[in-house]
Design a binder for this molecule. Structure first.
Ligand SMILES: Nc1ncnc2c1ncn2[C@@H]1O[C@H](COP(=O)(O)OP(=O)(O)O)[C@@H](O)[C@H]1O
Ligand SMILES: O=P(O)(O)OC[C@H]1O[C@](O)(COP(=O)(O)O)[C@@H](O)[C@@H]1O
Length: 315
């Protein structure tokens, strides 16, 4: 079983508009609502691929109840931890040409007691020895910037591999503290972490190795249309495929991470599967989850130790 923890889940609402006119009334042609938040998306993808999972999440108010209901409808096992304030709604506006505008709400304010209850729920599940713990997304207001450091400590105490996908200060804190099995930033998040622009493969590898030296086993760097790089202490691999026309890139990173941890294989095979999952995700609307028949691993090419001088945009 793969345990996921989403500290700041959301109801993801998507609206399709012909062309977004900022500052004017826009009328949508279509509307969708999906259960959202990065760890939850990982659980949704794992479930769709027959991998047992449990999603731990704080839940408050009517939107929180709706989120749990949607997870139930999709057959995703969830462990809701009650909180006083309302679960957030995140909004995605998709234009006919494919341009996507996202507005993510800050989320509810968690009290110290609620933050502790969330950690206790995770620790209780860790005692059942899940194959891995994945924690992902932003932190709700009130949560300590060291929240993921605490989560990593719990995973280490129970000997459970821990994968983290977050950004900003919570990512910096967790990386500096170490004890992470996998970190999944995109190239912008990794650039922010190391404090400089990343232009070439070598830039990404060097930045990922800074993370590894601080106490992380491997770094999976997603590069949007340019595929992804997997970096370990001694090796790096790139995987990508032919250009495609995305319908919605929301949730592509989460689906990529789910693909990486969804099964066995060596590093190259797991990276290849991760990129195939990400590519399948962008061909679907909103944060719809790809099914096994939509994953095309054969079109994804893997290159071991690609030339560090290659520009990312040439991949
Ligand atoms: N425009 C695109 N064309 C092809 N694949 C894409 C595109 N955008 C994303 N992907 C796929 O989805 C993965 C994750 O996308 P990315 O934007 O890097 O993640 P995040 O959502 O975390 O920012 C990429 O590694 C790639 O496989
Ligand atoms: O916690 P954050 O950083 O606000 O992100 C939450 C949002 O990210 C998503 O998980 C999508 O993630 P990505 O597009 O970054 O892969 C949405 O479901 C959700 O609205």
């Amino acid at each position: 079983m793969i345990l996921t923890l989403t500290p700041n889940p959301s109801l993801d609402r998507a609206l399709q508009v012909d062309r977004l006119a900022v500052g004017e009334v826009n009328r949508a042609d279509g509307a969708w609502v999906h259960p959202g938040g990065k760890g939850i998306n990982v659980s949704r993808v794992l479930m769709a691929h027959g991998v047992p999972t449990l999603a731990v999440l704080p839940v408050g108010g009517a939107d929180g109840a709706r989120l749990v209901e949607l997870l139930g409808e999709q057959g995703v096992p969830a462990l809701p931890v009650p909180i006083a304030e309302d679960t957030r709604t995140n909004l995605t506006l998709v234009e006919a040409g494919g341009a996507t505008t996202k507005v993510n709400a800050p989320g509810p304010r968690l009290t110290d007691e609620e933050g502790d209850a969330l950690l206790r729920a995770v620790e209780q599940q860790l005692t059942t020895q899940p194959a891995a713990l994945v924690s992902a997304g932003s932190l709700p207001r009130g949560a300590s910037e060291c929240f993921f450091v605490q989560v990593a400590g719990l995973a280490a105490r129970h000997g459970v591999p821990f994968a983290l996908d977050t950004s900003g200060l919570p990512l910096t804190r967790a990386v500096r503290s170490g004890g992470l099995t996998l970190v999944k930033p995109n190239d912008d998040e990794l650039a922010e972490l190391v404090g400089h622009e990343l232009v070439t493969v070598g830039d990404v590898v060097d930045a990922a190795r800074e993370v590894i030296e601080a106490g992380t086993r491997a770094v999976l760097v997603s590069l949007g249309a340019h595929g992804a790089l997997l970096v370990t202490a001694r090796h790096h691999w790139w995987a990508g495929g032919p250009p495609l026309v995305p319908l919605s890139t929301v949730g592509a990173g989460d689906t990529t991470l789910a693909g990486f941890i969804a099964g066995d294989g060596d590093s190259a095979a797991r990276l290849r599967r991760a990129v195939a999952f990400g590519r399948a995700a962008v061909l679907l609307p909103g944060t719809a989850v790809p099914t096994p028949d939509q994953i095309d691993v054969d079109t994804v090419q893997v290159v071991e130790n690609p030339d560090p001088r290659t520009a990312l945009k040439e991949l």
